[in-house]
Design a binder for this molecule. Structure first.
Ligand code: G16
Length: 539
């Protein structure tokens, strides 16, 4: 007798001998080998929702910063967090089941092991970015969802953070933690209203050019901007690279990853000295800023800079609202954070820094331990989150003066302006604009806060990146054997040298990061470490 799960798995068989892993941000690889994964993710999403008593879980089809021919899929927990780690293992095992019958067996095995009542409802929110393969993969996902009897709400095209927002809104609707209205209009209204409140009459200094990586962020930003008319807000935005009609243009010579990795503006950029620019990535969950200085030199203001800007602003607001003794702020970074940024946070802002492995889930969890946790990866992924206790303190505090009242109101507005479910490029850049307007800073004043150590990021292609294993928040390699002492010996030859190598969880490559006293030295160190990696990796 036929079974809907067996039928769905049969309809979308995996390619032979392909091994899938749930990486830094879900399954991510060439789109043409993902059909079977999507169907099985549908089954896992249904199980996860049932495990959580029918709460909405999210499925986002995206490969974010990867090239157009890639795609990917990730699962989102009910409050908008990344999937719990033990379920990443379940996802990986499900994706690698060899036959349709094995898929069915595994489905029931997990239900049994996890005490999941399969008669319970399952609710799943689905969205995708603008990749050409998205429609086909959505079909595969829906086959899995239907086979497991899940209810689903398909939002069509959304940015990844919008999907996280929808999930959180749906699960908190009607509760005291209600996060917002789970519609696109609800999203635009929430963040635009918060921006106007947070600006509190201040106007941005000059216009902002936003490069949307030819991804889903383009149309969504154009929509959001309708809620922020420049006549009312003073916000003048020039949207560039928003061509989603040509999916092969996605992330090509534009976008946050291009700008951060190459340390240059997209070739299409036509801005003049002092003009503020920012770049989103393909699914609009990262943002980096940059500008040309008076000498026409490109200057990057990356995730580290956003973290320091936001942390210092919140420090000021907490103090001037009269809450300094009740709320402590901390910053969470990864090994990619520039040494100068870490120093600035610890020594100038006198705030504690935590270092975690790469991946939003790690930073988010570390930030959850703080009253206000500001977390950003250098590549522009990040946000700030407020603990329950902190939200209560801020909500209930009675200001002692008109100035305290004004600062408290700005702090309260910022809480609404920040997408607390996940880093969100649209909400992040509105926050940066708010801080710059309050401080009356242009990009040069922002840059002047500290001087980055010159650095270089390289990608090395090896036979098997999985042999590269790390420890100490990815700052040291434990395998292949003997490789770390070689890297250490190189690093010691460079003034202010620091370098590490780690396998990417989203691309088939090992990433090498190096920083040193001068640009030439940083490049030299990165090259030397890459050579060591190449030799050890067998290509
Ligand atoms: C994803 C993750 C980020 C990570 C990036 C690169 O970003 O969400 O946390 O920094 O991949 O990861 P890796 O170095 O392991 O390839 P995105 O924007 O691609 O979703």
């Amino acid at each position: 007798m036929s079974n809907p799960i067996v039928d769905a798995a049969q309809k979308h068989p995996p390619p032979e001998r392909h091994v899938y892993t749930y990486g830094t941000a879900g399954f991510r690889t060439k789109a043409d080998v993902l059909d079977s994964v999507l169907t099985r993710v549908g089954l896992v999403a249904a199980l996860r929702s049932r495990k959580l008593d029918g709460k909405w879980v999210g499925v986002m089809i995206t490969a974010s910063h990867n090239p157009p021919e890639d795609n990917g899929v990730k699962l989102v927990e009910p409050m908008g967090d990344m999937l719990e780690e033990s379920w990443e293992v379940i996802g990986t095992e499900m994706a690698n089941q060899p036959t349709p019958e094995a898929v069915l067996d595994y489905y029931h095995r997990i239900a049994k092991e996890q005490n999941i009542d399969l008669r319970k409802p399952a609710n799943v929110v689905v969205a995708r970015d603008t990749r050409a393969s998205g429609a086909r993969l959505l079909g595969c996902l829906i086959d899995g969802l239907k086979a497991s009897g899940a209810e689903y709400k398909d939002y069509g095209f959304l940015t990844t953070p919008q999907l996280h927002y929808m999930v959180r809104c749906r699960n908190t609707e009607g509760t005291r933690d209600a996060y917002g209205v789970p519609t696109e209009v609800g999203y635009y209204e929430k963040f635009s209203t918060a921006f106007k409140r947070a600006m509190n009459g201040r106007k941005p200094n000059g216009h902002l050019t936003v490069d949307c990586a030819n991804g889903v962020g383009g149309p969504k930003l154009n929509e959001l901007y309708k809620y922020l008319p420049s006549k009312e807000t003073g916000l003048e935005i020039f949207v560039t690279n928003d061509n989603v009609i040509k999916p092969e243009a996605l992330n090509v010579d534009c976008g946050a990853d291009y700008v951060k990795t190459n340390q240059r503006a997209p070739p299409s950029s036509k801005t003049g000295p002092g003009d503020r620019c920012c770049s989103l990535d393909g699914d609009a969950d990262r943002v980096v800023y940059y500008f040309k200085d008076e000498q026409n030199v490109f200057r990057l203001l990356d995730g580290d800079r956003i973290a320091t800007l936001v942390a210092s602003f919140f420090g000021d607001l907490v103090r001037t609202s009269g809450l300094a003794d009740q709320i402590k702020i901390g910053v969470v970074q990864t090994a990619y954070a520039n040494g100068a940024a870490t120093d600035y946070v610890e020594k100038t802002l006198t705030l504690p820094v935590t270092c975690t492995p790469t991946g939003v889930k790690y930073l988010h969890h570390a930030a959850q331990k703080l009253d206000i946790g500001v977390y950003f990866e250098a590549n522009g992924h990040g946000t700030a989150i407020f603990s329950h206790k902190t939200l209560e303190v801020i909500k209930n505090y009675e200001p002692k003066s008109p100035s305290e009242a004004e600062n408290l109101e700005t702090l309260r507005a910022c809480i609404d302006l920040i997408n607390q479910s996940v880093g969100d490029a649209l909400s992040d850049f509105l926050l940066v604009e708010t801080v710059l307007a309050h401080k009356r800073w242009g990009p040069q004043e922002w840059l002047n806060t500290y001087t980055d150590l010159p650095n270089r990021l390289l990608k090395v292609i090896v036979n098997d990146r999985n042999i590269f294993k790390t420890t100490d928040a990815e700052r040291k390699l434990t395998s292949p054997e003997g490789i770390q002492p070689q890297i250490d010996r190189e690093v010691q030859k460079f003034r202010q040298g620091r370098s590490f190598a780690r396998a990417s969880g989203t691309e088939d490559a090992v990433r090498v990061y190096a920083e040193a006293a001068t640009k030439a030295e940083a490049e030299d160190l990165a090259r030397k470490v890459s050579e060591i990696v190449k030799t050890a990796g067998g290509k």
